[in-house]
Unconditional design. Structure first.
Length: 410
């Protein structure tokens, strides 16, 4: 296993060194610079398979990158104006060999600021003390001992209208809601005990169904996508995509600004992105081919990361060479552009869009194919820009990859 990892990382470093010589991007598309975020200046031992952009550390400027993966815990990275800094902040009691789920938000009303929620065999809430600078953890559920199920995904959002504030959405083989009561205890509510499909992958929260007040919940499975919403009496559920699409990832966000609801954006194992939206009468779907070789889409993000295009764009990550694609709508036609790839076999298991690097205007893209890579718009361009040449400075990755190889050898 270590030899395979070392070979992959070495090949990755050579590939990026070649990329540092520059690449030509042709057509009316944006161009992105690439930064490998060096997290070797800490003693943590965890890969980056899930990442969030949020402010959890009052001692760091702006937002931080909170990430977790295989290893011993959760870490953060931030740019201090000169170099990237990283901290190992949440230490598990056991080493993990599968990808845990991750969410960040203000889920604990008794504590100021945001908390980190991590889940796989256990569901853990990590809380930061601004006075001492220490993290404390609380295990609020043990799904493995109770149901022999692991946590597939977690999200923080306001989806329960009978509870004030935000709630924690937890997806295992079933779907559960958590929130902290006024007496300080954590309340668990079962939305559905067992989702009637043979595999579940992800969930999200958003306002995509005008038939219900507030936000709804969506679950992405191998066979379909299913909506859950509180109808005033009980949890209502509806399958809104026919089986057979093998959906692996998805988000709820605003793509079409002409309606008053968000859309459901999901990727499948055949290299397609599907858009699903309520047209006033029923749910409608549109397919967008992303990868011609049927590369599985393991991650999807939606946000404004290109200043030359009005509204949000879609960023998807594949399972071949960490390929990452930018997708946008241009006068009724969907366009796509490859913005990152390398020679590794790592999947892009998570993508987020947000403002975490103060040296660049607007939002950046963070991708997590076991390591952390920042993508940022080089020069603000619009959809009529002529071909440009992009220089991608990646020389600095070599010492960091050597460090990573040493860690794998231990």
């Amino acid at each position: 296993m270590r030899i395979v990892k070392m070979t992959t990382l070495l090949f990755l470093s050579i590939t990026m060194l070649l990329a540092s010589l520059g690449m030509s991007v042709k057509g009316d598309t944006p161009t992105f610079g690439i930064i490998w975020i060096d997290t070797s200046n800490t003693d943590y031992n965890t890969s980056a398979n899930a990442v969030e952009i949020s402010d959890v550390d009052s001692q760091a400027p702006g937002n931080e990158l909170i990430f977790t993966g295989w290893g011993w815990g959760t870490a953060e990275a931030y740019y201090n104006g000169t170099t990237w800094q990283s901290k190992f902040i949440c230490n598990r009691s056991y080493e993990m060999w599968y990808d845990p789920a991750l969410a960040v938000g203000d889920i604990d009303p008794d504590v100021e600021g945001n908390e980190i929620v991590e889940g796989l065999y256990e569901l853990i809430v990590w809380t930061y003390d601004n006075t001492t600078g220490n993290w404390t953890n609380t295990t609020i559920w043990n799904p493995w001992s109770e149901t022999y199920a692991t946590v597939h995904d977690v999200k923080i959002g306001d989806f329960d209208p009978i509870h004030e504030g935000v709630e924690l959405l937890v997806l295992t083989t079933g779907l559960y809601e958590f929130y902290k009561s006024q007496n300080g205890s954590w309340v668990k509510t079962e939305i559905i005990r067992e989702i009637p499909v043979w595999d579940v992958y992800a969930c999200d929260v958003g306002n995509f169904d005008p038939r219900f007040d507030g936000n709804e919940v969506i679950v992405f499975t191998a066979e379909n996508i299913t909506e859950f919403a509180w109808n005033g009496t009980e949890w209502y559920n509806e399958t809104i995509v026919i089986p057979g699409y093998y959906i692996r990832s998805g988000r709820v966000s605003e793509i079409n600004t002409t309606n008053n609801v968000s859309e459901i954006v999901c990727g499948n194992k055949y290299g397609y992105v599907m858009l699903v939206w309520w047209n006033g009468t029923e749910y409608e779907m549109e397919e967008i081919r992303i990868f011609e070789d049927m590369d599985t889409i393991y991650s999807v993000a939606v946000g404004d990361c290109w200043t030359g295009h009005a509204g949000n764009e879609i960023v998807v990550g594949g399972s071949t060479a960490a390929r990452t694609m930018l997708v946008w709508e241009d006068n009724g036609t969907w366009q796509k552009q490859l913005i990152y790839e390398n020679g590794s076999h790592y999947d892009v298991t998570d993508i987020e869009i947000g403002d975490f690097d103060l040296t660049h205007p607007g939002n950046e893209i963070i991708i997590a194919p076991s390591l952390l890579f920042e993508l940022y718009e080089n020069t603000p361009v619009n959809e009529s820009t002529s071909p440009v040449f992009v220089f991608v400075p990646m020389i600095g990755i070599i010492p960091a990859v050597i460090w990573r190889l040493r860690q794998e050898w231990r």
